[in-house]
Design a protein around this ligand. Structure first.
Ligand code: SF4
Length: 313
């Protein structure tokens, strides 16, 4: 589901692999491997801290071969027994499966007794991200089905060592909406197009999409693609705000896609400052406001071949 949030086209390609219409690309990715190892070390360090604090810990293994149903049953047993920490808590809900890094025991009257559980995931990032929240919401729903009450909080242990609590009620509606959209995308797939998004750098299908962009001479090859920017912003716009954006973020996101299109076109017009009129270059003529004129600096071509540099400022 997190892949679907990152890029709907990724779901389309993954479905094609499942239907054997396409081979799964093999991408040897040292960076991903390094991240995976660091994430495991981060989680192990938290587990060790629980041990040194003297908490009772139940670790749920998947066995060999993996048996999710048996692991889910052991998770329920550990919750009923009142373990203080449950590591690798496993859940099965229809065709959904998930493993929470930890379930923490909290004092609260539930169907289990005078205690309940809240999920905790260890992540390497420096701040909470929507994919983490979606995972935690899934675990919270599964915990609620067992203990009869939805956990009040979900916890994320960040790579900077801070543990932050998020209220389930703040994100439940967003989670249900994304989940419903994902299930619809699986049940009745629609036609999707690859548009460059942040996740492309980590995506196993990046070679597939890259070839397509090359073959189609797609605008996505260029980092100035306004369609990409619009799409990316639209996706983020429906995400909940996890924390106040920094002033820098506000400035960068404040321009709507139309404004950015105008600025981009303005810069391109300025690239041809001494050349033919913009209409002859195929770039539509867009009135330039006084504020936009700051983009016209009459630079030499050597500086104009990197128009996206202005986007980054
Ligand atoms: S490479 Fe990018 S556009 Fe293509 S499927 Fe992956 S995330 Fe989506």
């Amino acid at each position: 589901m997190n892949d679907y949030v990152e890029c709907p086209h990724l779901t389309t390609l993954a479905l094609e692999v499942l239907r054997r219409e396409r081979a799964r690309p093999h991408v040897a990715d040292e960076q991903n491997e390094l991240l995976r190892r660091k994430a495991e070390a981060h989680e192990r360090a938290r587990l060790e801290r629980f041990r040194t604090e003297g908490r009772t810990i139940v670790q749920i293994g998947l066995g060999e071969p993996w048996d999710f149903d048996a692991a889910a049953d052991r998770t329920v047993e550990a919750m009923r027994a009142g373990a203080e920490v449950i590591s690798q808590a496993t859940f099965v809900d229809g065709w959904w499966r998930g493993r929470a890094d930890f379930l923490l025991k909290v004092e609260r009257a539930t169907r289990l007794g005078s205690w309940g559980y809240e999920p905790l995931d260890a992540k390497l990032a420096r701040a909470e991200k929507p994919p983490y929240v979606l995972q935690l919401c899934f675990y919270s729903d599964c915990v609620a089905a067992i203990q009869g009450l939805t956990p009040e909080h979900m916890h994320v242990l960040l790579g900077i060592g801070e543990q932050r609590a998020l209220r389930y009620d703040d994100f439940g509606a967003y989670y249900r909406r994304v989940k419903a959209g994902f299930e619809t995308a699986i049940a009745s797939p629609s036609v999707t197009e690859p548009y460059p998004v942040e996740h492309c750098g980590l995506c196993e299908f990046r070679g597939v999409c890259g070839e397509r962009w090359e073959a189609e001479d797609h605008l996505g090859k260029s980092r100035t693609c306004d369609a990409t920017t619009s799409r990316s912003c639209a996706t983020r716009a429906c995400r909940p705000s996890l924390h106040s954006p920094s002033p820098r973020r506000v400035r960068r996101w404040s321009a709507c896609p139309l404004t950015r299109s105008r600025r981009s076109a303005t810069r391109r017009r300025c690239s041809f400052h001494a050349g033919p009129p913009a209409t002859q270059t195929g770039i539509p003529s867009i009135p330039i406001r006084a504020a936009d004129s700051s983009y016209c600096r009459g630079r030499r071509p050597a500086t104009r071949i990197r128009p996206w540099a202005a986007h980054r400022r």
